[in-house]
Write a protein that binds this ligand. Structure first.
Ligand code: HEC
Length: 112
């Protein structure tokens, strides 16, 4: 069985699928954009990930203040090992190296 969708006779569907692929975070060129997209996906349900705004989960610190408690040079490595906050509300995450680096670039760009 071929897992990939087939588009015979439907150039429009094929074009749309191509556009979706192009806009996927993994294809973004700017690491900061990639990082933002990853954090949006995994963290934004609780943490404020922008330069402004409150965290949806009041107990979760906004990411623009992470630089106060974390060394942002080593934080990407922590993301790779899996962030463990020791808080039951927060699931454990593991980022691959490229994703962790991208997240680090983005986090740096939003610090207060
Ligand atoms: C389900 C909600 C939830 C999600 C999703 C979540 N967090 Fe958290 N996070 C929290 C809460 C609540 C705290 C504060 C309590 C604590 O320290 O455990 C926290 C704390 C943290 C801390 C410690 C901050 C500090 O100043 O000590 C870091 C770092 C962190 N989160 C990173 C992340 C990252 C990175 C992601 C996404 C990969 C993420 N969190 C996703 C709820 C969440």
């Amino acid at each position: 069985m071929n897992r990939w969708p087939r588009f015979e006779g439907s150039p429009i569907a094929a074009a749309l699928a191509f556009l979706v692929l192009l806009s996927a975070p993994a294809f973004a060129q700017d690491p900061s954009d990639t990082g933002r997209a990853l954090l949006q996906q995994s963290c934004a349900s609780c943490h404020a990930i922008g330069k402004t705004g409150d965290s949806p989960n009041a107990g979760a610190p906004p990411f623009r203040t992470l630089g106060r408690s974390y060394d942002l040079d080593t934080f990407p490595r922590q993301l790779q090992r899996g962030v463990v906050s020791g808080h039951p509300d927060m699931p454990e995450f593991k980022f691959n190296e490229a994703d962790a680096r991208a997240a680090g670039v983005y986090l740096r760009s939003i610090q207060e």
